[in-house]
Design a protein around this ligand. Structure first.
Ligand code: UDP
Length: 478
């Protein structure tokens, strides 16, 4: 095959939709625009077959590492902890794979996503540059950088809390409660683990961030200065890398859900989804339903099984095969028939967001969903559940002004139906809603520009590709 002579990039994706999808897109671009061959390596344990990228060009190979045992991990372990552990245990088989690839083609770079940092020593062993792909916001990467800096440079060996408020680049100010759980207190056991994740980041040769200049301008600039000081590897904004509409189309074909959308008026439907793992509490599910009904607007809601512990999370394990629609309030489906569609489990999100009938997105603000919304120019109702989603919601609401944010009740964090209805109505009919829409359309244009041939993200990836190629040539010289 002609691609055999091309230098090879090996990408390493944690087993979640949120990692597989953008890394697949990065692999495609490296092959189509930058002259590489690419292999996307995945981990069998936990992989969600629905999430595997489809429509990848033949020159992107997919290699699944054999499954590893995880029975010994506590049942209530953080999702991230489990992923990191699966990856750690898969390093020996990854090593075998890399050695086998490098026996036929030169490896130009290893690109692990930001949870696969345990692969960095392997890159060093093989003498291959390692560029970590950050599948969430650059703001999150900045938080990680600050945490390690605070602990290892400012006060070595001493666990200290991040300042409150934490001033982020771009005039974003974060209170303790806005931070992801593990970052709120240096006394929490998870804090030490986060340091273990963040420390090796400094050993990477660079970072590829799934963002673009206009999305996080302050943070892009801040990292340039940090890299100039040598305090952190260079971070290249190369996004927004999201699945393309045609790719989803080819994979999914006809769908009753899209046929339903086809029958709705232009810009009339509110799309509601909380990501690949989001689960609302039973009470919250009911409040959302009543709020959507009360808004009077059309909606398409991807309903997932509720969590039964009274809390809303972004990941819920097990229980597949149950019917989430059975948890909707009595008579809700009948009362909203024709105007609302509730579907169980999964929707082809990129197709839904780019459909002319879609007007707004009620979202948990997972970073991929956030980027997909930006690319489609769809304003959001920001409803973060977990992890760094609150930071993302603040960026969308306060910095970019492309989202509205319903307030949760003080007791227990439930968003009441009145809040849901008010946010949806404001976004669909209000003066403020119109301003939010205009800004979302501006951001959409900026996203398209970033990836155009002369755009900032396309050029950033070209710079990185040139570095990788130059290093290979340097190696071949005596
Ligand atoms: N997704 C989808 N259909 C669904 C739910 C999710 O296609 O019903 C896709 C979505 O388009 C996005 C990814 O799964 O690309 C979810 O990633 P995100 O970072 O938004 O959230 P996470 O699932 O990691 O919390």
């Amino acid at each position: 095959a002609p691609s055999a002579a091309r230098p090879h990039v090996v990408l390493l994706a944690s087993p979640d939709a949120g990692h597989l999808i953008p890394l697949g897109e990065l692999a495609r671009r490296l092959v189509e625009h930058h002259g590489f061959a690419a292999t996307l390596v995945t981990f069998s344990s936990l992989s969600d077959p629905q999430a595997l990228p489809s429509g990848l060009p033949a020159s992107v190979g997919i290699a699944a590492l054999p499954g590893v045992q995880t029975d010994d991990l506590p049942a209530d372990a953080f999702r991230g902890t489990v992923l990191v552990e699966i990856i750690r245990r898969s390093i020996p088989s990854l090593r075998t794979l890399l050695l086998s690839i490098s026996s036929t083609t030169p490896i130009a770079a290893l690109v692990p996503d930001f949870l696969c940092f345990t692969a960095l020593p392997l890159a060093a062993e093989l003498g291959v540059p390692a560029y970590i792909f950050c599948t969430t916001s650059m703001n999150f990467l900045y938080l990680m950088y600050r945490l390690v800096e605070l602990h290892d440079d400012a006060s070595p060996g001493e666990y200290r809390d991040l300042p409150e408020p934490l001033e982020m680049p771009g005039r974003l100010s974060l209170s303790r409660a806005d931070l992801p759980e593990g970052y709120r207190s240096s006394k929490a056991p998870i804090y030490a683990r986060l340091l273990e994740v963040g420390r090796p980041y400094r050993l990477a040769d660079g970072f590829l961030a799934n963002t673009f200049h206009e999305m996080e301008p302050g943070t892009v600039e801040a990292f340039k200065q940090v890299a100039d000081r040598g305090a952190f590897p260079p971070v290249f904004p190369v996004g927004p890398l999201v699945r393309s509409n045609s790719e989803e189309e080819a994979a999914a074909g006809a769908s009753p859900l899209l046929e339903w959308l086809d029958r709705q008026p232009t810009k009339s439907v509110v799309y509601v989804s909380f990501g690949s793992g989001g689960a609302l509490s039973v009470e919250q599910t009911a409040e959302l339903a009543i709020g959507l009904e009360a808004s009077g607007h059309r909606f398409l809601w991807v309903v997932r099984m509720p969590s039964l512990d009274g809390l809303s999370h972004s990941f819920r394990a097990g229980g597949d095969g149950d019917d989430p629609l059975a948890w909707l309030p009595e008579g809700f489906v009948q009362r909203t028939e024709g105007r609302g569609l509730a579907v169980a489990g999964w929707a082809p999100q990129v197709r839904v967001l780019s459909h002319p009938a879609t007007a707004a997105f009620v979202s948990h603000c997972g970073w991929n969903s956030t980027l997909e919304s930006a690319v489609a120019g769809v304003p959001m109702v920001a409803w973060p559940l977990h992890a760094e989603q609150t930071m993302n919601a603040l960026l969308l609401d306060e910095s970019l002004g492309v989202a509205l944010r319903p307030r949760a009740r003080e007791d227990g964090g439930v968003v009441a139906s009145e809040e849901v209805a008010a946010a949806v109505k404001e976004l669909m009919e209000g003066k403020n809603g119109r301003a939010v829409l205009r800004r979302a359309e501006k951001l959409q244009q900026a996203a398209a520009r970033a990836l155009s041939p002369e755009g900032s993200s396309r050029r950033a990836l070209e710079d990185v590709a040139a570095k990788w190629k130059a290093a290979l040539i340097g190696e071949r010289q005596p």
